[in-house]
Structures are given as C-alpha cells and as structure tokens.
Design a protein around this ligand. Structure first.
Ligand SMILES: O=C[C@H](O)COP(=O)(O)O
Length: 258
C-alpha cells in the first residue's frame, strides 16, 4: 500500500486576474475542511501576476491550500526579459513550479534540455517541480506513447540526484486529452504512469520510485476522477478547465466520495 498523499493541483492556465484569483481561493477555502487537507494535498497554480494576491490571502488567513507557478525561468537572475525566477517564486512562498507543460512545449518550443534546466532551477530554490510529460495524438496512434513519455522523463531528470528526484511530481498528460473532453481511460493512464514509475526505479531504485507522486492530467472532472485515482500508479491530478469552477474542483479533491 502506498503512503503517497494524493496531490490535486488546479492549473488555471491564462485565466483569472488577481482579483478573480482572490475570490476563487476564498471560495475554495470556504468549501474545503481540515479533513480534506488531511487526505489530499490541494494546490492552485495561478498566473504569475496572481501569486502575490494568493500568498497574501493564504498567509493572512493561514489557509492550508498550497500554490505554485505555471513556469519558472532556468536562470536565477539577470537580463532575461519577461522571465520569472526561482528566487522570486520562493520569496512568494510558492511550493510548486510547473515545468514543461505541453502548452509550453508546443507554443514556446520548450525542449527536454530546457525543461531539465528548469527542473534544476526549481530544486535550487527549494521549489517542487511538477514535470509534465505526455504524447500527442500521432504518437498515441502509432502506439509509441510509453517510449515517447519515458524519453521526456529521462530528459527532464538528467543529472538530477536521487535525493531531489524523490520529491519531484511528474504529471502524465496525454496532449490529445487536454481541454478536449477526451479523457484517457483509467487503463491508458495506468499504462503510462506505471511505466514512468518503472523508469524511475531503473534510474534511482525502487525506494525512490515509490516516493514520487505521478499525476494524470487531461479533461479530469468530478465524474471521471475516481476511476483514474483508483489506478495504483496515479497519485493525483493536474486539472485545467475544471479547476476554474470552485465547486467542481472541491468535488475532485473529494474524489473518494464520487
Ligand atoms: O494542466 C492541466 C492540463 O493541461 C489539463 O487541462 P484540462 O483539465 O483542461 O484538460
């Protein structure tokens, strides 16, 4: 039996300004109870400009909800216009930094090499990276989803030592299931999440592999979350669209009741 605590993280993507962010986190805080936080780690991943507002609310009201950024610069400071650094995120008491979301890989040409540098930047600044991996539709149709995804895991973790690797979160997000309503079957999710854990065991040993939380992401909703979470190698979800609806997100956090 795994003692990995599930992580339910709401990736708001480019939605909710800083005022809407406050209202949304207040709704979540009102709805979530201590018993929710005992069973599940709950996090929101707002746009950068919302983070200060979220931090102020979480600190001021001593909320148990965690938060993090949707991206992180590979650099800690300097002339990198438009970037936000690990030290800046750490100063805002972020817990997480998403690395290599498929939308960054697709629209911003982020390579495994850059993702690896961002993973290291997160660790360097005591942030937990959520490394996103997953295949597109063409790769899935060719049956190469496992090999493709494991190559991204290898790339993201290159030269990352075991003591850091055991704390990473890996989010398996089949690109064809993101925002499409096309959810992977629980068996599809388990096939790749299980393979990811197998690769972690090859790279770092079973003890480290057993500590890593592997999330599924792609059209997760209250209606499908329980079946996905029933898979032995799925330890949470990275939720996009459904996380913007506070009631729906709370139902997902309470996946055991669905
Ligand atoms: O980061 C979240 C994923 O991209 C999933 O998004 P979605 O739940 O809207 O399909």
């Amino acid at each position: 039996m795994s003692d990995r605590i599930p992580l339910m993280a709401g990736n708001w993507k480019m939605n909710l300004n800083h005022l809407e962010a406050i209202a949304h986190v207040q709704k979540l805080a009102f709805a979530l109870a201590d018993k929710d936080y005992e069973a599940v780690e709950v996090a929101v991943l707002p746009p950068f400009i919302d983070l200060r507002s979220v931090q102020t609310l979480v600190d001021g009201d001593k909320l148990k909800i965690k938060y993090g950024a949707q991206d992180i610069s590979a650099h800690d400071s300097g002339a990198y216009t438009g970037e936000v650094s690990g030290p800046m995120l750490a100063k805002l008491k972020c817990t997480f930094a998403v690395v290599g979301h498929s939308e960054r890989r697709q629209y911003h040409d982020e390579t495994d090499e850059l993702c690896n540098a961002k993973v290291k930047a997160a660790f360097r600044n005591d942030l937990t990276p959520i490394l996103c991996v997953g295949e597109g539709l063409d790769v899935r149709k060719a049956g190469n989803q496992v090999a493709h995804t494991l190559a991204q895991v290898d790339g993201g973790l290159k030269d990352v030592p075991a003591e850091q690797a055991e704390t990473i979160v890996i989010a398996y997000e089949p690109v064809w299931a993101i925002g499409t309503g096309e959810v992977a079957t629980p068996e599809d999710a388990q096939e790749v999440c299980g393979a990811i854990r197998g690769r972690l065991a090859e790279l770092y040993g079973q003890e480290v592999a057993d500590k890593v939380r592997i999330q599924y992401g792609g059209s997760v909703k209250s209606g499908n979350v329980a079946a996905i979470m029933a898979q032995p190698d799925v330890d949470g979800a990275l939720i996009g669209g459904a996380s913007l609806d506070a009631d729906e997100f709370v139902k997902i956090v309470r996946f055991r009741d669905q």
